[in-house]
Design a protein around this ligand. Structure first.
Ligand code: BES
Ligand code: MN
Ligand code: ZN
Length: 477
């Protein structure tokens, strides 16, 4: 669900209006502009601004785009944010329906609309009183935006909202099996195929990382395979997306202290991003073969939970000394990365709320990356990151960090040294890959404690717009 409905052939002389303009004069042609001199003055000011006026008792929100010359991804992001601001104003004014009038170029209209749509998300599953009279209908005037663009943005936003919903849902209702069910339901709607491996199948595959983390839980783990393989796919080897699906991270026996545990329902943010990406890619029928892999479990204390000093065996036979049960994400991901080998993938991208160390580097403003992939793949992903404003910050991946994962009694330890925690987590994952691979640590941007522009409070759905844009670029190559 996207919270906004679209109509076409609007009549902006009636009702409330959003007007986006980069014009300096000619405002008298719009009947909803009552004071043209005022509009001309605002249009000549420097910088973008949003102004509310009225016409026949209706609200008219005008966005003056006065920075148009600087046509970069920064401007596009500014325009998304203006869209988000307008959604906020309309909801504050309790305006349910508006006409959309614009005389700027279609690419900027699309960015504006994207911000408008994404900011209108709300999570109300557990509210007995749902919001009434929220902003819900946009009627497009003239050829400001064509229906195909609006439908594509809607499909993409639905993928983002799906990821946000999944992150926002607490573990009491979203355990691993419920998460799998949600993936299946979304797939049936959008068109991708879902296969859920249950505990006995996971045991048969000897996924000792996923089973080890699950040992403290009373709920069984799941391993989820999502596949979109359209007949017109342009790639012969799939793009594989892997997502961390820790439905709750207590830290296990290395229990998270104090306030560090709260918000850890977000620890399946990578899995949610994979699900939302597959949803948007298949809903909008991108001609690309994409597979999603999501290992899911909670990480709990419990009678039989892993303890530090345990040694477990990953599905490729690698033995791991568990030095800290709170470094659980890499354990379940290693089984998924091993599983990815069987697809002979063109590229594997994993997304995970993996380390506080990545959060310390990027904050909520971007994504930490390490990789062992072709430079042109990394470049394409970085460009997608700039364009959707989910930017990538590449961390050092020097060989010295490998040594920090040495174990005295097993092949590898799950804990690195005191420094460079986001890098050593990446190094651990790297051990299980033998293909082009990019690791995205989304611990910083996955969850917000207050809204920021078009990102609402709680789950952000980070990764979905990035993967969608990247898939589109791959399909065009
Ligand atoms: N899920 C956490 C990482 C995290 C932290 C996500 C903050 C989102 C916000 C992860 O499982 C974890 O606990 N990582 C440890 C690793 C350490 C024990 C090596 C960390 O970052 O402290
Ligand atoms: Mn943890
Ligand atoms: Zn975790």
């Amino acid at each position: 669900m996207s919270y906004l409905n679209f109509k076409y052939n609007a009549n902006p002389s009636e009702g409330s209006v959003i007007y986006v303009t980069d014009q300096k004069t000619g405002f008298d042609q719009h009947s909803f502009v009552t004071d043209t001199a005022y509009f001309e003055r605002k249009a000549s000011e420097e910088g973008n601004s949003v102004v509310t006026t009225t016409h026949k008792g209706n609200v008219v929100i005008t966005v003056f785009l006065n920075k148009k010359d600087e046509n970069t991804y920064l401007l596009v992001e500014d325009v998304r944010r203006l869209g988000a601001k307008v959604t906020g104003l309309l909801n504050a004014e309790k305006v349910e329906a508006v006409s959309f009038v614009s005389d700027v170029d279609p690419a900027l209209n699309a960015a504006f609309l994207e911000g408008l749509i994404l900011a209108n998300y709300r999570y109300e599953k557990f509210k007995t009183k749902k919001t009434e009279g929220a902003f819900s209908t946009v009627s497009i005037a003239g050829d400001a935006l064509d229906e195909a663009t609006v439908n594509e943005l809607t499909g993409l936003a639905e993928g983002v909202f799906l990821a946000r919903d999944l992150v926002n849902e607490p573990v009491i209702t979203l355990n691993a099996e419920a998460f799998s069910k949600a993936m299946k339901t979304a797939g049936d709607d959008a068109g991708y195929k879902t296969t859920v491996l249950d505990k006995s199948a996971i045991e048969a595959l000897k996924m000792g990382g996923l089973l080890g983390v699950n040992k403290g839980s009373i709920d069984p783990p799941t391993f989820n395979i999502l596949e979109w393989k359209p007949e017109n796919a342009v790639n012969e080897r799939p793009l594989v997306l892997v997502g961390k699906g820790v439905v709750y991270d207590t830290g296990g026996n290395n229990l998270k202290p104090g306030g560090y545990m709260s918000t850890m329902k977000c620890d399946m943010g990578g899995g949610a991003a994979v699900t939302g990406s597959l949803y948007a890619i298949s809903k909008n029928k991108l001609p690309l073969w994409v597979i999603g892999l999501v290992p899911a479990t909670d990480n709990r204390i419990g009678k039989n939970a892993l303890v530090a000093d345990d040694v477990i065996t990953i599905s490729d036979g690698t033995t791991v000394e568990v030095k800290n049960t709170d470094a659980e994400g890499r354990l379940i991901l290693s089984d998924a990365l091993v599983y990815a080998k069987k697809y002979n993938p063109e590229l594997v991208i994993d997304m995970a709320t993996l380390t506080g160390a990545a959060d310390a580097i990027t904050g909520p403003f971007g994504i930490a990356m390490v990789h062992d992939a072709d430079e042109d793949q990394v470049k394409l992903l970085s460009e997608a990151g700039d364009e959707v404003y989910e930017r990538l910050a590449q961390l050092p991946f020097w060989r010295e960090f490998d040594d920090l994962l040495k174990s005295d009694i097993a092949d590898i330890s799950n804990l690195g040294g005191p420094k460079g925690g986001a890098t050593t987590a990446g190094k651990f994952l790297h051990h299980f890959t033998d293909y082009n691979w990019i690791h995205l640590d989304i611990a910083g941007p996955a969850f917000l404690d207050k809204p920021s522009d078009y990102k609402t409070v709680g789950g952000t759905g980070v990764g979905v717009r990035l993967m969608y844009e990247f898939a589109q670029k791959m399909a065009k190559k």
